[in-house]
Write a protein that binds this ligand. Structure first.
Ligand SMILES: C[S@@+](CC[C@H](N)C(=O)[O-])C[C@H]1O[C@@H](n2cnc3c(N)ncnc32)[C@H](O)[C@@H]1O
Length: 242
């Protein structure tokens, strides 16, 4: 019988934010396929898992996923698609030997996650293979908690968008939602600060960098004071528009 493929949300960084279910499945799987953003760098997901449970005796397969913008209506970048396929084939090779495989992914797998793309690619190649998605604590909730603010109250509406949207699209989102979470802000911070200033929303924005990542968390409430180019990839802005 084929092994099961698990996409496991592992939270924003603190191993204590791994769910009991995630820890149980990761401990039980003999194979872990772990994503990394830089070919020669370390896997953040693997570091988080290592902080939560012993990995001795497991096969660890590191797969490099290039960081590229993915537009669903434009088709994926060929290099990114090749990485999803490489990961899916490595997983299938193990599940066809009857081994269960886990793919730990940061935060929750349902939110901008490589794990979900890999799962979809695997099911295209082998629809008969069982795949299970295990939810995790998303950076969205973790950043709100770090900032000490709610995401929604009463009849508030929440939007979660990439900060890389153009200004017109972002302006429409700010006009329609009471709370806007901007992910992937690190490369476009200057433009976002300008836009928020123009919309009179700068004082309503808070940035959380490296939430729950071992004492490196930073909560910034004065975005204008941030220097250029100093943000980590793990940075999120929450704007309460009203
Ligand atoms: C590709 S998305 C992955 C989101 C993830 N699946 C989740 O549910 O949190 C990466 C973006 O999530 C946000 N992010 C992830 N971890 C974070 C953390 N520990 N602190 C702040 N933002 C984080 C950043 O905006 C980052 O650019």
């Amino acid at each position: 019988m084929n092994g099961v493929f698990y996409v496991v949300g592992i939270g924003p960084g603190d191993p204590e934010l791994l769910t009991l279910k995630a820890a149980r499945i990761l401990a039980a799987c003999p194979v872990l396929v772990v994503p990394k953003g830089h070919e020669h760098g370390a896997s953040t997901a693997l570091a988080i898992v290592k902080g939560a449970l012993p990995l001795a005796g497991k096969e660890i397969i590191e797969v490099h996923f290039p960081m590229r913008k993915i537009r669903m209506n434009a088709g994926p970048d060929p290099e990114v698609e090749a990485a999803w396929r490489r990961a899916a084939l490595a997983i299938l090779d193990r599940t066809r030997q009857g081994l269960d495989v886990a793919f730990p992914t940061l935060g929750d797998p349902a939110i901008y996650s490589t794990g979900f793309y890999t799962c979809q690619t695997l099911l295209e190649l082998a629809p008969e293979n069982q795949a299970v998605v295990v939810p995790g604590v998303s950076a969205i909730g973790a950043c709100a908690a770090a900032a000490g603010i709610p995401l929604c109250q009463g009849d508030d509406m929440l939007a979660v968008v990439p900060a890389t949207f153009d200004n017109q699209r972002l302006t429409e989102v700010f006009a329609s939602f009471q709370t806007v979470v901007l992910m992937k802000v690190h490369r476009v911070m200057g433009r976002i600060v300008e836009l928020l200033t123009g919309l009179n929303l700068l004082s309503r924005a808070v940035l959380v960098e490296r939430s729950d990542q071992g004492g490196r968390e930073r909560v910034v409430r004065d975005l204008a004071a941030l220097g250029p180019g100093e943000l980590h990839y793990f940075s999120t802005i929450i704007v309460r528009t009203r």
